[in-house]
Every structure is written in C-alpha cells, then in structure tokens.
Write a protein that binds this ligand. Sequence first.
Ligand code: 3SL
Length: 232
Amino acid sequence: MPLLDVCFSPELIHLYDLKGRVVVVVDILRATSSMVTGLAHGLEKIIPVSTLAECQQFASKGYLTAAERDGKKAEDFDLGNSPFSYMEDFVKGKTLAMTTTNGTHAIRLSLAADKVVVGAFLNVSSVAAYLVEQQKDVLVVCAGWKGKFNLEDTLFAGALAHKLQGLFESENDATLAAYHLYETAKSDLPLYLSKASHVQRLKNLNITKDITFCLQQDVYDIVPVLEGDYLV
Ligand code: 3SL
C-alpha cells in the first residue's frame, strides 16, 4: 500500500525524500485555492515563482502577473491573491506568473518530487481520486505561514487522509494528527478556523468572502499538475 505523509511546514521539507513521491502542495488561504479557481475558470497556465523580482521579469515579457505579500496585492502586478479575481474574463486563455508569501515558495521547494500537484478544499475529492490512480507514496506539503504551522493547511491534509483511509498507509504521527484534527473540525470548518492566525490576518484586511469561498469543498473537479515550469 502506498504511504500518505504530511509535512507541516516548508521548513521541514528537507527531512523528506521527495523522489518517487507525489507531492500535494496546499495553501488553503489562499494561493492554491486561487490557482485551482483560475485554472478552472479558463486560465491556461500558471508559472509559480518565489520572488517579486522573478515575477516582475515575466511582466516585462508581457505575461499576466499576480503577486501577494502579507495578504496584500503587491503594487505593479495585474492580480493579487483573491480567488474572485481569478474568475475574471481577462485571465481566460492567459499564462500567469504568480508569487505569494508562502504558496508558490512551497511549490518551488517541492520540485524534486516525481509529480507536484496543487490541492485545496475546492478540489479535494478530485485530488484524492488522482492520488488513488497514481498509486505512489504521497507527501502533503503545507505552505504554512513564513515557516510556521497553520491550521487550515493541516485540515486539508486531514480531509485527504479521511478520503484515502484504507487505501494508503497513514499510520505516521503527522497524518494521524491531521486526521484527528479534521475529525474535530469537519462539521463546521469556518467556525473551527475562526481564531486561526491567517483567518485573523485576512479579517484585519477586510478579506472575509475569500475565506468563506476557500473553505468550500469540491467546487471544482480539476487537479493542477506541474509540468516543467507550468501548472496546467
Ligand atoms: O501565503 C500565501 O502564499 C498566500 O496565500 C497568503 S494570502 O492568503 O494571500 O494572504
């Protein structure tokens, strides 16, 4: 049976051998939720980059760009990180270079994996089905916040563990912890997360409808996969 494991922060990723694994990168609030939304709404490709400077280089080549730092849209880029802006008509058919505080960095750190895919509550069942098809060991990489643990990404890992129960070997401490946390939270995710650090951070910026949107399950049935530099 393939293995399911969870890396609670990009700072811990050096402890895992990514070779031979499928990595599921998750940043529920909001990077991977926005990526899934954009690709589901007709965005053609996403180039995840780590720095504002790299993203700026794509701007000068005529690409559409998205940049967020500390929850805010960075100046001089086309988009920030609200999933609603990724539904706009002007993104359809475009390639987007994107950098966010934690999510795109976590993707870049996962490149040694056999495959890197992007997960969110918005596509959680499709991700689970994809992983069953692949039959490889899986590592869920939680983007966290500036190297620290966060609740929302861990709950996603727990939701995945629920869906893959009996199909993946999940008896490791990280997956068990995520599983049990999700068990406690699943009846009302928004309520459970109401005191979470990043929920508070976004609320302080008056970003509340994004939170509600990103905590919905199975709105989309796509699984973005990294092919070379592009998420498609
Ligand atoms: O950290 C990230 O990558 C972002 O998703 C953070 S925010 O939700 O845009 O504030």
